[in-house]
Design a protein around this ligand. Structure first.
Ligand code: CTP
Ligand code: CA
Length: 226
């Protein structure tokens, strides 16, 4: 009995990874978005590819080049991302939601550029669909990995996300900590599991964090097939 080679650990697994911010248009020249750069999600796509997975990377607007050999789907809004994920969900064995999906979008998107008027402006926003929560309700054997971007009460909020979204693993980061979160090349994350335990990882490059997360995916898939 031989241990599988590294490049075969995820052989045959279809892994969907979402990355980057979403962009919610208010008119043809303006949008709402967030500070996500996509680095974490693209690093995860590379790490999954390196372990032999069949990877689909669904990404909001970033400046990054997708890893070679992954299927790349470019999206803009949270609604586009939901559609793209649902198109591939049934065939997927793992979905990793590292994208920073907008929670709200403008209730009305104007077809023409808004002209300024005297006085202040209030823009009415409505909730987007929670993609991960939707997947959690529909899942049929898929392993779901979510992220939690927090600035306080990380453990409490991350455990709550694990439960309400019916995820198998939540990767939490305190995005206000130096070295963690949006934009940089490093991250400090804690992995929260369904049985209530958690594992703190040290400050690592996003590449190393991705490899650790993919190792956990390998372990969780192994446990599942027991
Ligand atoms: N997420 C999603 N669809 C949304 C919002 C979030 O799929 N419309 C996913 C993210 O991709 C991430 C997880 O949910 O994997 C947690 O995102 P986060 O913004 O940290 O949490 P929320 O549930 O949106 O709650 P809040 O922003 O209030 O902390
Ligand atoms: Ca959110």
């Amino acid at each position: 009995h031989f241990a599988p080679k590294k490049e075969q650990l995820l052989g045959g697994e279809k892994i969907v990874i979402t990355a980057g911010p979403t962009r919610e248009n208010i008119d043809p020249v303006r949008f709402f978005s967030n500070r996500s750069t996509g680095k974490m999600g693209y690093a995860l796509a590379q790490a999954a590819k390196d372990l032999g997975a069949d990877v689909t990377l669904i990404s909001g607007p970033t400046n990054l080049t997708p890893p070679t050999g992954v299927t790349f789907v470019e999206v803009e809004s949270a609604a586009n991302m939901l559609d793209a994920v649902m198109n591939v969900f049934n065939d997927a064995s793992v979905v990793i939601k590292s994208a920073a999906v907008a929670d709200y979008h403008p209730k009305v998107t104007f077809g023409q550029k808004m002209k300024k008027k005297d006085g202040d402006l209030a823009i009415e926003m409505e909730r987007t669909t929670d993609i991960l929560k939707t997947l959690g309700q529909k899942k049929d054997g898929q392993l779901l990995v979510g992220f939690a971007a927090e600035t306080e009460h990380v453990e409490e909020y991350a455990m709550k996300k694990l439960q309400t979204k019916n995820a198998d693993l939540i990767v939490a980061n305190n995005v206000s900590t130096e070295g963690a979160g949006f934009g940089g090349d490093t991250n400090i994350v804690t992995l929260f599991y369904k049985d209530g335990h958690h594992q703190d990882l040290p400050l690592l490059s996003k590449k190393d964090v991705s490899e650790r997360i993919m190792n956990e995916v390998v372990n969780l898939l192994k446990e599942r097939s027991k």
